[in-house]
Design a protein around this ligand. Sequence first.
Ligand SMILES: NC(=O)c1ccc[n+]([C@@H]2O[C@H](COP(=O)([O-])OP(=O)(O)OC[C@H]3O[C@@H](n4cnc5c(N)ncnc54)[C@H](O)[C@@H]3O)[C@@H](O)[C@H]2O)c1
Length: 379
Amino acid sequence: MTRRSIGIVLNGVTGRMGYRQHLVRSLLAIREAGGLPTRDGTLWPEPVLVGRSEAKLAEIAGRHGLTEWTTDLGAALARPDVSIYFDAQVTQAREKAIRQAIEAGKHVYTEKPLAETAVAATELADLAAAAGLKTGVVQDKLFLPGLRKLKRLIDGGFFGRILSVRGEFGYWVFEGDWQPAQRPSWNYRTADGGGIVMDMLPHWNYLLEELFGGVRSVQCTMATHIDTRVDEQGEPYAATADDAAYAVFELAGGAIAQINSSWCVRVYRDELVEFQVDGTEGSAVAGLRHCRVQHRSMTPKPVWNPDLPNSVPFRGQWAEVPDNEEFDNGFKAQWEAFLRHVAEDGPYHWDFASGTRGVRLAELALQSAREGRRIEVPQ
Ligand SMILES: NC(=O)c1ccc[n+]([C@@H]2O[C@H](COP(=O)([O-])OP(=O)(O)OC[C@H]3O[C@@H](n4cnc5c(N)ncnc54)[C@H](O)[C@@H]3O)[C@@H](O)[C@H]2O)c1
């Protein structure tokens, strides 16, 4: 089989997501597997690393036997052997770089959120469409094994009519004083593009849209529970961004979704994100890896009686949904779909239009929280 190289500019590759999930677990993993088989031969990703620090880029390149890296984005985008621009920079730096990539005629794949505002996201979508370029936005949660199994249950008609979805996402992010924080400090500063609403609502938008129906309205209450944190240099700073959001969504088709997102919650759950779905015929609880179900026929009949200790082993009455297939890393799976989309025009709908809807929902949730009211999502 012939091997075809495809140049990919990776910007923000020194960051958490850019390095671990996109370079190592996706593109280098595809190379380790011998490349990506396509209709016209094997596709071989050739990363061109871009960032602000020569030393860090050289170190990463050296560690993985890569030779192409630069601090000059313009020069990387001018390379004729590059077809794709990928962005995993801090959110605030994204829009400018994507505009530059579109001007250079490159297809664009990016981390979420696509931009800081829906207006900017729409402009990027329009510019890319006008230039005839292919676009993609990371929607990794759709590829989590637990949620793939949940989708399978929905497709198989397990639930009957879906009534409600309860999502619980979060964990304790250390303040940074006596233990280092496990997330970057920009996440907690509004001026630097931080905040859990802009971080997580784009995820919830595509998830709800693909699994249950588009979001018709949002009501959100948000908080900055921890107002002082300590940064990477050990300096205290004012945490100005929202670190928890409690949102209710009305969905097309009539189901109601409630999703709590918080970096100030201690985990008493089986997974860092879990969704309970209740339908007329059955219910499921899905997380990153697991998915458990209870059918109508197996539903116990609890009776409220605070005078007696509970005798019903509720958790034991749920059954584990089998994998029935192998689940690859979700970031890698989506990269493969995007590469096929570029190389052989394979189907792909996680594009800038979809990314724009995610940014718009986050924006409307922020507005809902500010104004203390439920807001309809324009259709
Ligand atoms: N899909 C997901 O599940 C997921 C999870 C976390 C983060 N993200 C997204 O990925 C992006 C990066 O997040 P992260 O957690 O990897 O952040 P990070 O802080 O670890 O990395 C950010 C990257 O941007 C670069 N950078 C920092 N400041 C910059 C500036 N002013 N100009 C240009 N580049 C700058 C850094 O050098 C680094 O390479 C964000 O947009 C975030 O929303 C997605």
